[in-house]
Each structure stands twice: as structure tokens, then as C-alpha cells.
Design a protein around this ligand. Structure first.
Ligand code: G6Q
Length: 545
């Protein structure tokens, strides 16, 4: 594990304080007024994404200083280490190779001396065959009925990716098939997903990397019981349930035919797995060709990230800008604001990707950090957010850097909708950056006592990301962009972005408490007073001693 110098001891890091101090009171209005070419200079088009980062509180020297930190933290070497399969997930002794999931067939990426790319393509091939059979009606349920509903059972990384991507790609999905997603241990999730379903034409895809996750195992058992109960035969399991896992043996214990299991590898983190077999439900929805296009989008961004110089590198720029606000401007959160209804679940997906990756308090050497790490990620699609929480972003006391994401063309070009949608996006980033001065408000004839209320300070930074259309390739590019941005930030903060011990503790404690709740005789409770009392109250309500 890295024994490198602590981040705050680096002169490059210390230099950022000076840049932040210099820029803290410089309005974006001034930065634009002083530099007619700013919008052009601080924008970039690569891998199908146009990024305007001119509405950020940086100038050329500050940006150089931020990139110098990335260099000093060995970002270039770390990118190479990831792409070549080095075990950079040090706390779990694993490679981090989501990039191998979209590598071209002829590529070679070695893990322990073995090229993993042929296996990746072999699984993709099997997934493709299966997806085609379901889509064409060759694969039927136990009673011979064509599949009409696919229910993905999984949680966290085995749910959020396919759920977000299915919604994002509805316009290219087979409308004769409906996908549902069951993740929560709350039975309501399962009950509502099957309430109006016909078991004969319902296919469950159980997704679990480990096949040990409480929620998924319980939901899978319930699905099995529902199918067998409704169809009156154990035989239904083989045709109406398939599984995706790295742990085939556990899947088999549930009665799932190993022939209907799709594998992946421990070098794919859950939150980085939407482009592995975890995306099987998505592939059924959009077809193997659509899924290949999705992977091609990731690949384009991967190539860009690996090859482009830092000053023209989309994930690097977004990463360092985020670090600047997070560590030198006291920004605690970062908003993701997609101006596309199809991307409604993107903020939730990025919440996991970012917060589970960089929500860490020790560095790679195990030292507690003395600086802020990952921000809180949140957001909603525009324009809805404008009528809800944007008020705080405009006039509140907190600095919230924003990502505005828009598409040049709509998948549903109806009347003036798209022009109005985009007008709102551009208006918001403009208003946030430039605000409205008290003089401007007064000049509108506003009563003096209302002037402070109607003044907008501006200087609220944002990136604008524009893509051509909401296609599978565009979605792949966007996801890869954020994956690599998280990587850049994790590298600068020196944390392991690829473990999640914080999730594990909850899993272990819940298992222990579940057995105490279920015990027939009153268990000896040895928790804290609060937890003991809550458990007793709950047991009493269930009629247990
Ligand atoms: C993701 C996390 C976590 C994981 C779920 C489901 O990076 O590890 O969200 O994906 O806990 O785990 P399984 O796929 O093993 O069921």
C-alpha cells in the first residue's frame, strides 16, 4: 500500500490555498469581462461530450495548479495501473477492471498472467444469445408462454445501474417487454412488482455478485415461492428464473439451473458493474446490438481518459474542479441536474458511484485524512428541481457546484418542449454564475425594502455537459465519464475508491439482530439501551416475549 507523502504536505496542494484565496472574491462577471475568449478557452469537446467549464471560479493559473496536484499524486501512473490490471484495490487485493468489460475483443488485459478479455466476450456472447431468445419468444416460461415481464432482483450495484439505464434507454427498448426492479427487503417492493403480473410470462433475473446479500436472497426465495405456488411446479424455476453472479454454487443452492447463470469476476466492483452480466436485464430490453453500442460509448471515454493530456481530459478536469470546491471553498455537496427525463435516476446512480467510492476517512496507507474527501451527491432532473430546491442553490448560504447535462436533440420532439427545456438549462447556469446585482434590481423599480430579497449574488459555479442524443453510446460515455472522475478524485485524496467496508458492517449487524427478532424465547440482548428497547418493543408487537 502507498506510503506516499500525506496530501496536505505537498507543496502543490499547499499552493492551491493561495489560488483559492485569490479567487474567492473574484466574481465570474469579472473573469468573463476580462477575457473575451474565456468561454472558448474553458470548454472542450471529446468522445462525444461537449464540456463548458468556463462558469467555474478558476483562471488559467489556478487550473494549472490543480492539474499539478493531479500530477504530483501520480495520476498518470495510477491510470496506467488500472488499465493494465494492477491490484489497485489494495484493501481487497484485487485489480479494478471495469474497463476490461468494454475492451475490444482483440485486447489483452492480464490478471495474474491471464488475459481476461476473451472471458468477457464469451459471457457477452452468451448474454446476447439469451437476450435474443427472450426477445424473439424462443425462450418461454415454464408453461410455454412468451416472456412479457422481466423482474431484476438485486440491490445496490446489482440494481441501480440496470434500473437507471433501462429508464434512460426506454426509447430504444422493446416496448413489448416491461422491466421491473425489486431491491428492497421491504416486501412491498416485491408485492408491487408482481401485483398485476402473470407468473407464466414473468422472468426473474437474480443479480448478486456474491449471492450472499440478505435482501436479494430473500427476494429470490420469495420469487421462487411465488412462481412455484402459482404455477404448481418446481419446474418453473428453471425457465422463469435465471441468475447473474460470480458465485454459481450459491445460485445453484437456490435451485437455479447453472446453465442459466451468467458470470462476472471479483475485479468488477458492484457499482462499476452495469456493463457486466449485471446489465443482462438491460440487454434484454435494448437488445445485444444496443448493448454493444452502450459498451462502445464507455470505450470511447476510456480511450480518451487514458490518452488525452490532463488539460484536455474530461474526467480529469471535472475531477480537479470538484476537488477545488470540496477542499478550498467548503462545498459539501455537488448537484447533478440532468435536463432529460430519461436520466431521472442518474443522480441516484451517481450517488452510489461517488459516495460509496470516495466516502472514506483514511488514506491508502491507513492514515486518517486531515482534509475533506468525497462530497454528497444529489440531484433531480430539470426542470422539476427548479420549482423545488434550486432556490437554495441560487440564494442560500451554501456553495453547491452543479453539473447541467443536456442533449442537443430530443428523443420525443413535440412542439416547443425541447427548446423550452434547453432554454431553462442555459438560463439556470447563467443565473447561477452571474446573478442579479442590487443595482440591476433597483433599476427594475423594485421597492428598496425588497431589493436584498431579490438580489442574486451569482458566482455559483457549474459545468454544462452537452451530448448529441440520448442513445446507448451517449449513456455509456456519461457513465464512464463519472466513473473516471471519481477515480481522479480518489487518486488525489489518496483513498481506496474500490472497497466499501462501511456497507459490510451494516450487513453483519442486521443478520445478528434478525436472529434476535426471530428467536422464539426472549433473547439476552446485549446492545446499547436504545437498541435493546427498540427490539423489545418490536418483538412485543409481533406477540413474542
Ligand atoms: C457496490 C457495493 C454494493 C453491492 C450490493 C449488492 O459497489 O458493493 O452496493 O453491489 O451490496 O451486492 P451483491 O451483488 O453481492 O448482492
Amino acid at each position: 500500500m502507498s506510503e506516499s507523502k500525506p496530501l496536505t504536505a505537498l507543496p502543490e496542494w499547499q499552493a492551491l490555498e493561495g489560488h483559492a484565496a485569490r479567487l474567492r472574491d473574484v466574481p465570474l462577471r469579472r473573469l468573463f469581462a476580462d477575457d473575451a475568449g474565456r468561454a472558448e478557452r474553458f470548454s472542450l469537446e471529446a468522445a462525444g461530450i461537449f464540456l463548458d467549464y468556463s462558469k467555474h471560479r478558476v483562471d488559467a493559473p489556478a487550473l494549472d495548479a490543480l492539474l499539478a496536484v493531479a500530477k504530483a499524486r501520480g495520476l498518470a501512473a495510477r491510470i496506467e495501473a488500472m488499465f493494465t490490471g494492477a491490484p489497485i484495490n489494495a484493501t481487497e487485493g484485487r485489480s479494478v477492471l471495469h474497463i476490461a468489460l468494454r475492451a475490444p475483443a482483440g485486447a489483452s488485459i492480464l490478471v495474474d498472467g491471464k488475459n481476461v478479455v476473451p472471458e468477457v466476450h464469451a459471457v457477452l456472447e452468451r448474454m446476447g444469445e439469451f437476450a435474443e431468445r427472450v426477445r424473439s419468444g424462443v425462450w418461454t416460461g415454464h408453461t410455454g408462454k412468451r416472456i412479457r415481464r422481466v423482474v431484476n432482483i438485486g440491490i445496490g450495484g446489482s440494481d441501480l445501474g440496470p434500473a437507471m439505464a433501462y429508464q434512460a434507454l426506454r426509447s430504444v427498448s422493446d416496448r413489448a417487454l416491461e422491466l421491473r426492479f425489486v431491491s428492497n427487503i421491504d416486501a412491498t417492493d416485491f408485492a408491487e412488482a408482481v401485483r398485476d403480473a402473470n407468473p407464466e410470462d414473468t422472468l426473474f433475473i437474480v443479480c448478486s455478485k456474491t449471492f450472499t446479500t440478505l435482501e436479494t436472497l430473500e427476494n429470490a426465495k420469495t420469487a421462487r415461492a411465488w412462481l412455484v405456488g402459482q404455477l404448481g411446479s418446481d419446474g418453473a424455476v428453471a425457465k422463469n428464473i435465471v441468475a447473474v453472479s460470480t458465485n454459481g454454487a450459491e445460485g445453484a443452492r437456490l435451485g437455479i439451473d447453472t446453465a442459466n447463470m451468467f458470470g462476472f469476476w471479483d475485479w468488477v466492483g458492484g457499482r462499476y458493474s452495469v456493463d457486466s452480466a449485471i446489465g443482462l436485464s438491460l440487454m434484454v430490453a435494448i437488445g445485444p446490438a444496443g448493448f454493444r453500442e452502450f459498451l462502445a460509448g464507455f470505450r470511447e471515454l476510456d480511450e480518451h481518459f487514458r490518452r488525452a493530456p490532463f488539460e484536455q481530459n474530461l474526467p480529469v478536469l471535472l475531477g480537479v474542479l470538484g476537488v477545488f470546491y470540496n477542499n478550498f471553498f467548503g462545498a459539501e455537496t455537488h448537484a447533478v441536474l440532468p435536463y432529460d427525463q430519461y436520466l431521472a435516476r442518474l443522480p441516484a446512480y451517481l450517488q452510489q458511484l461517488d459516495m460509496e467510492s470516495n466516502g472514506k476517512r483514511v488514506d491508502l496507507a491507513g492514515r486518517p485524512v486531515d482534509y475533506q474527501t468525497g462530497p454528497i451527491i444529489w440531484g433531480e432532473p430539470g426542470t422539476n428541481g427548479q420549482h423545488a430546491f434550486y432556490q437554495l442553490i441560487h440564494q442560500g448560504t451554501k456553495l453547491i457546484p452543479c453539473d447541467f447535462i443536456g442533449f442537443l436533440r430530443s428523443e420525443n420532439p413535440l412542439g416547443k418542449h425541447h427548446d423550452l427545456l434547453m432554454a431553462n438549462l442555459f438560463a439556470q447556469s447563467e443565473a447561477l454564475a452571474f446573478g442579479k446585482t442590487a443595482e440591476e434590481v433597483r433599476a427594475e423599480g423594485v421597492k428598496p425594502e425588497l431589493v436584498p430579497h431579490r438580489t442574486f449574488p451569482g458566482n455559483r459555479p457549474s459545468s454544462t455537459l452537452l451530448l448529441e442524443r440520448m442513445t446507448p453510446a451517449a449513456l455509456g460515455r456519461l457513465i464512464a465519464l463519472y466513473e473516471h472522475k471519481v477515480f481522479v478524485q480518489g487518486t488525489i485524496w489518496g483513498v481506496n475508491s474500490f472497497d466499501q467496508w462501511g456497507v459490510e458492517l451494516g450487513k453483519v449487524l442486521a443478520k445478528r439482530i434478525a436472529s434476535e427478532i426471530e428467536a422464539a424465547a426472549a433473547p439476552a440482548l446485549a446492545h446499547d439501551g436504545s437498541t435493546n428497547a427498540l427490539l423489545r418493543r418490536y418483538r412485543k408487537a409481533q406477540g413474542r416475549a
